[in-house]
Each structure stands twice: as structure tokens, then as C-alpha cells.
Design a protein around this ligand. Structure first.
Ligand code: XUL
Ligand code: CO
Length: 449
């Protein structure tokens, strides 16, 4: 990855993060706040380097575009790359800042929505011209830095035209417009060698069922996804499509509620071969699941594609998108990821924002360094739990009665319900209680975290 010299070639006309160089790995004992303590990109854990395990990505929307406005107040962050008003020049300045930032962190990937890169224009044709201009610039930056595109997506939720949905809008003219936008976003993603493409349905859902034909809207969504997939495949896109589940916000109820709901939808509509899941921490908790649960549901189906990394807040019930800092929560996640053989096609995208009052540019570094180190630490802990503790043995032992005899016959489908009745009758209610040992399992986690 880029050393100090190559960083100089990537910094644009203006250096935005002055005084900050390539973030080094210095180990757990360092006092340097701008160093990694656990993320040593070349360190091999469970057969892969940390860099390969995670495929960390910077999220363009929060990190380059999120200036801290909220429903109660104005933006707080004066990002210098937003100073120029001309949309294409502003987009180029922003991209200079993005690549300087990603390269200084030493991360391999980024992710974007179409109109994070450059402001949407008044017409589709003008928007397409702008996207092509910034796409060409991105290509140069990617070649110079070696940074790659983990996934692209289209913003189908911000513009007022999408207030009643995009793919699921009751008005066909809006659905068609969404189609044009997705086509452009796919073209751009493919042109930039994007490895995956994401659908997150912020407005694909409803506020009231009284005015909603849910069945029809879901069928429209499936039809739309098939069209997008067919188009991309025709253009030679070999990557994976991800659906990102979320239960609510901004819609009261979103159709992609959680992993189980999305899996059912993909299966019902014949989309399992091309799509996988992009699971986000704070979306899992909004669905009243743990992150680990959502990952496990996806992994069970071989559908764990990618992760949007962040965290929620225990004291409130919305999508706070904070940077991950809970090693215990992420260790539980890394257990699922390691045991299921890793993410399928995707990586770890920091879909997270610094707080509104974190107004220094260096705060963006602190946030990412912290999140990256949490994942690295969690990987080390999870690997140790799997290989240097009796965690797996203890869990397997709980199911030992299915490894032989009648239990094995049950598992392999050789028994009828009448057989269970006969076996239970001969046991005559003689059932020894088997402890679940939850606290012992929790102690193993704590020992390695
Ligand atoms: C919103 C969210 C999105 C998607 C991409 O909660 O997570 O940023 O990740 O559209
Ligand atoms: Co997300």
C-alpha cells in the first residue's frame, strides 16, 4: 500500500488533511492517537491477511458529504472540499479529499451513491454527463492510488419524487425514472470495476397500509430487481448484488425488514443466485435483533455478502450510525463470519458518521482508526476463541445426542413421528436436564476480548 512518497502523488492540488501522513501500525502499546494498535494489514490470521479479511471501505456519503445538519439545526462541519460552487469542480475537489483520506488510512476500498459523487442535475441527461465526468476523474484517482470500488448504488430516497417509493412507487413514471437512475449507477459502477452493487430500500415500504397495495408493490420491486440484474449481466457485470435489510426509517415499515424477510423475498422471486445480503449493525438492532443474529441468518443460507459497519445507541431508537467501538459485539460478529468462511464478495464498509459536534477534520481519522481497530481486535479474539478454547467443543457437545443412534436417524430423515412416540414411551419421561451453560460461554468470550 501507499507509502509516504506515493501519498504525495495522490494528494490533489490542495492537501486537505495537512500534517497527517500514512497511518502506521504501531501496536497496542503506542500513545499515538493517529496509529493503528491492532490493524496490521499484513498480519495473517486464520490463513488470510487482515487486509483480505476485512476489505475495509470508506463510505463517501458520511465521510465526504455529511456536514452535520440535523432536523434541529444547521450543518456544523465546514468541509473545505465543498467550498467551490460549480458542481463538477466541487465533485473533483471532494474526490481529491476522498482519495487523500482513503490513502492516508491505507484502506483498499470506497463505496458511493451516484449523487454523493456529484450533485444531481435538473435533467437525467445532464446528471449522466456529470456522472461520466466524475467517473473519468475517479478512474484516474483509482489507478494512481490502487484504491478500488467495493460497491456502488443509486440514491433512490432523497429526491421528493421518491416520497412514495422508487421501485415500489404507485406511479409508474417514478418507477421508470428510478430505472433510468439505476441504469446510470450500474454503468458507472461497472466502468469503475465495482465489485458489487447495493440496493437499500429507504422508501420501499409504506407509511400506511390503508393506501398501499403491498402485494403489488412487492411484485414491482422483484420485477425491477430482475431488470437491473439482467441489464448489468448483459453489460458483463460479474459481481454480486446486495440487498441491505432495514426495518424502518425513513419508511414506517420497509419491505427489506431484516435478513429473514429479505431471504424469503429473494427465494420467492427467483433472485437467490445473483443477490446476497449486506448486513448493517444499527439496522439489525432497529429490527430488535442482535447484529450477530442477522449475520447468522444470512450465513445459514450461504448469503452473507457484506457488512455496513457502525453501531446504534442503547438509549434511543433510531439509526445513529455511530462508528463501531464495541469489541464484544464485533467479536460475536467475527465468530459468525469466521465460522461461515468469510464474506461472499463484499467487505466492511464504514456506514458511520462522526457526531455533529465532532467538527475537526482529524475527527474523521480518529473515527475510522477506532472502528478499524475494533474489527482487528475482534478478529484476533474470535480466532483465539475458535482455536484456543473449548467454545466449539462445548457447543457441539450440546448436540451430541444427534451424533449417534436414534438422534442420528432423526437427523438423516429415517424416522416417522410414530417412531418418536414409541421412543418417548419407552424412555417413560426419564429426561435428564442438560444445562445450557450460557454463562460459561460468555466467560469464554470475555476471556479473549
Ligand atoms: C441507510 C443506509 C444507506 C445504505 C446505502 O440507513 O444504510 O446508507 O447503506 O444506501
Ligand atoms: Co448502510
Amino acid at each position: 500500500m501507499a507509502n509516504q512518497n506515493s501519498i504525495q502523488t495522490i494528494v490533489g492540488a490542495q492537501e486537505y488533511f495537512k500534517g497527517i501522513g500514512r497511518i502506521p501500525f504501531e501496536g497496542p502499546e503506542t500513545d499515538n492517537p493517529l496509529a493503528y494498535r491492532f490493524y496490521d494489514e499484513n498480519r495473517v490470521v486464520a490463513g488470510r491477511t487482515m487486509r483480505e479479511h476485512f476489505k475495509f471501505a470508506v463510505a463517501y456519503w458520511h465521510t465526504l458529504c455529511g456536514t452535520g445538519g440535523d432536523p434541529f439545526g444547521a450543518p456544523t462541519k465546514a468541509f473545505p472540499w465543498l467550498n467551490v460552487q460549480d458542481p463538477v469542480q466541487q465533485a473533483k475537489d471532494k474526490m481529491d479529499a476522498a482519495f487523500e483520506f482513503i490513502t492516508k488510512l491505507g484502506l483498499p476500498y470506497y463505496c458511493f451513491h451516484d449523487f454523493d459523487l456529484v450533485a444531481e442535475a435538473d435533467t437525467l441527461a445532464q446528471s449522466e454527463q456529470r456522472l461520466q465526468a466524475i467517473g473519468a476523474y475517479a478512474r484516474e484517482k483509482m489507478n494512481a492510488s490502487g484504491v478500488r470500488l467495493l460497491w456502488g448504488t443509486a440514491n433512490l430516497f432523497s429526491h421528493p419524487r421518491y416520497m412514495n417509493g422508487a421501485m415500489t412507487n404507485p406511479d409508474f413514471t417514478v418507477v421508470a425514472h428510478a430505472g433510468a437512475q439505476v441504469k446510470m449507477a450500474l454503468d458507472l459502477t461497472i466502468a469503475l470495476g465495482g465489485e458489487n452493487y447495493v440496493f437499500w430500500g429507504g422508501r420501499e415500504g409504506y407509511q400506511s397500509l390503508l393506501n398501499t397495495d403491498m402485494k403489488r408493490e412487492l411484485e414491482h420491486m422483484a420485477r425491477f430487481l430482475h431488470m437491473a440484474k439482467d441489464y448489468a449481466r448483459k453489460q458483463g457485470f460479474a459481481g454480486t448484488f446486495f440487498i441491505e435489510p432495514k426495518p424502518m426509517e425513513p419508511s414506517k415499515h420497509q419491505y427489506d425488514f431484516d435478513s429473514a424477510t429479505v431471504l424469503g423475498f429473494l427465494r420467492e422471486h427467483g433472485l437467490l443466485d445473483d443477490f446476497k445480503l449486506n448486513v448493517e449493525v444499527n439496522h439489525a438492532t432497529l429490527a430488535l435483533h442482535s447484529f450477530q443474529h442477522e449475520l447468522q441468518v444470512a450465513a445459514n443460507a450461504g448469503m452473507l455478502g457484506s457488512i455496513d459497519a457502525n453501531r446504534g445507541d442503547y438509549q434511543n431508537g433510531w439509526d445513529t450510525d455511530q462508528f463501531p467501538n464495541n469489541v464484544y459485539e464485533i467479536t460475536e460478529a467475527m465468530l459468525v463470519i469466521l465460522e461461515s468462511g468469510g464474506l461472499r464478495g463484499g467487505g466492511i464498509n464504514f456506514d458511520a458518521k462522526t457526531r455533529r459536534n465532532s467538527t475537526d477534520l482529524v475527527d474523521l481519522f480518529h473515527a475510522h482508526i477506532g472502528g478499524i481497530d475494533v474489527f482487528a481486535r475482534a478478529l484476533l479474539a474470535a480466532d483465539a476463541i475458535l482455536h484456543h478454547s473449548d467454545y466449539r467443543t462445548l457447543r457441539r457437545e450440546r448436540y451430541a445426542s444427534f451424533d449417534k443412534g436414534d438422534g442420528k436417524a432423526f437427523e438423516s430423515g429415517q424416522l416417522q413421528l410414530e417412531d418418536l412416540a414409541r421412543m418417548a414411551a419407552s424412555a417413560n419421561g426419564d429426561i435428564a436436564l442438560q444445562s445450557g451453560k450460557q454463562e460459561r460461554f460468555e466467560n469464554i468470550l470475555n476471556r479473549f476480548v
